[in-house]
Design a binder for this molecule. Structure first.
Ligand code: NDP
Ligand code: PYC
Length: 342
């Protein structure tokens, strides 16, 4: 349920969400290719009712562009680094254009070798990972993506920000339009969602964060000013640390702590790297690809047999609704976006 459930809303078509996003982003100075790549992902977030990574992100994008740290017209440099490695230097632009331009080569390599990696370096990153995962499953490969953020999250046993909210997302291609996809922060909740609780004046559950002196809090503002906590205690903490390492030093890029130092109080989006792995089940499965795919489908069917739902099912249902009827966005957010003046 949205934290803005009872609030006044504005009705927008999907086309209007994209046009508004593009207008604001180009108005703030982003080049057309970047603005369109970012607007596509913001529109997808709004369409799938992912409030923390939809239109809510536009004011933050404008703040990032105005910080002077982001290169608004950076041309991603894509390198065919080895038979199984694509490297994309985003040149301090947003990650999304680099991903879009490099993804076809990543999938091609996975199909040739079985498993391949895309390393994106020097990118500003604010987006959910599932749009990228869905692009890859649409090319017939399974995919795993991860990225650090800023050091807002305390490790298990600690009380101060050190790790990022570090999302990890996985996708498995399926027949039909809806792949199996999960995508979550390794913090108990994404920071964007925590901020939405703060804006709506809603309490947060115990276990999401601690205040500035390390006491457990149910006040979102206090947790934002203190430290967020990982999901699953030491397990989320270790998974988050793996993401720091795999999408940080392993790929020659910044950790969340180093991203925060780079930010230097500008409150821009995190700047670091992203690691995306792609797997071709037809190559890796060795034998009968159809039989292997059918076994995966039997696993998914067994969820429904006991009344469980698959991750992304809520999103796909929201997508169907939005494509038919458009979206409703909180008026307070819509007015804030118009007040940016673009
Ligand atoms: P949630 O905890 O809301 O959901 C995470 C995943 O779990 C989704 O795939 C969701 O599917 C699935 N899920 C939720 N409830 C169930 C259920 N009952 N049964 C099965 N599956 C379920 O997300 P987070 O707050 O952790 O993250 C939100 C977003 O924030 C992510 O998209 C992430 O990429 C993004 N993010 C980005 C960061 C960045 O640095 N770029 C940093 C941190 C987060 P469904 O959507 O269908 O409910
Ligand atoms: O919601 O945690 C988050 C987040 C960080 C960077 C982009 N989104």
């Amino acid at each position: 349920m949205s934290v803005f459930e009872a609030q006044e809303t504005v009705a927008l078509s999907i086309e209007e969400v994209f046009a508004l996003s593009r207008r604001v982003l180009t108005g703030a100075g982003l080049s057309a290719p970047h603005a369109e790549a970012v607007a596509r992902v913001i529109t997808a977030g709004e369409r799938d009712e992912c409030a923390s990574h939809g239109l809510y992100r536009l004011p933050g994008c404008v703040m990032t562009i105005r910080s002077g740290k982001l290169s608004p017209d950076a041309e991603p440099v894509i390198t065919d680094a080895s038979p199984a490695l694509v490297r994309a230097d985003a040149g301090h632009g947003y990650s999304l254009l680099a991903f879009e331009r490099a993804a076809p080569l990543l999938a091609e390599k996975a199909r040739a070798v079985g498993v391949a990696a895309l390393v994106i370096n020097n990118c500003f990153h604010f987006s959910a990972l599932w749009p990228e995962i869905e692009q890859l499953t649409g090319m017939g490969v399974a995919a795993l993506a991860m990225t650090p953020s800023h050091s807002w999250v305390a490790p298990a046993g600690g009380r101060r920000g050190l790790l990022g909210t570090n999302p990890i997302a996985f996708g498995w291609p399926r027949p039909g339009p809806h792949p199996y996809v999960f995508d979550f922060a390794t913090s108990a909740i994404a920071r964007g969602d925590m901020a939405l609780h703060d804006i709506a004046g809603k309490p947060i559950p115990e276990g999401w964060g601690v205040d500035a002196v390390g006491r457990s809090t149910t006040n979102a503002r206090e947790a934002l000013d203190g430290a967020m906590l990982t999901f699953g205690g030491h397990k989320g903490s270790a998974l988050s640390t793996m993401i720091e390492l795999m999408a940080g030093p392993l790929i020659g890029d910044l950790t969340s702590r180093e991203s925060m130092v780079f930010d230097d109080g500008a409150k821009a989006a995190p700047m670091h790297g992203e690691l995306i792995l792609a797997f071709d089940p037809a190559v890796m499965g060795g034998g009968d690809a159809e039989a292997n795919a059918a076994r995966a489908e039997a696993l998914f069917a067994a969820f429904a047999d006991q009344g469980a739902r698959l991750p992304s099912q809520r999103r796909y249902e929201a997508r169907t609704r939005s494509l038919a009827r458009g979206v409703r966005t909180p008026k307070v957010l819509y007015d804030q976006i118009l007040a940016l003046g673009f």
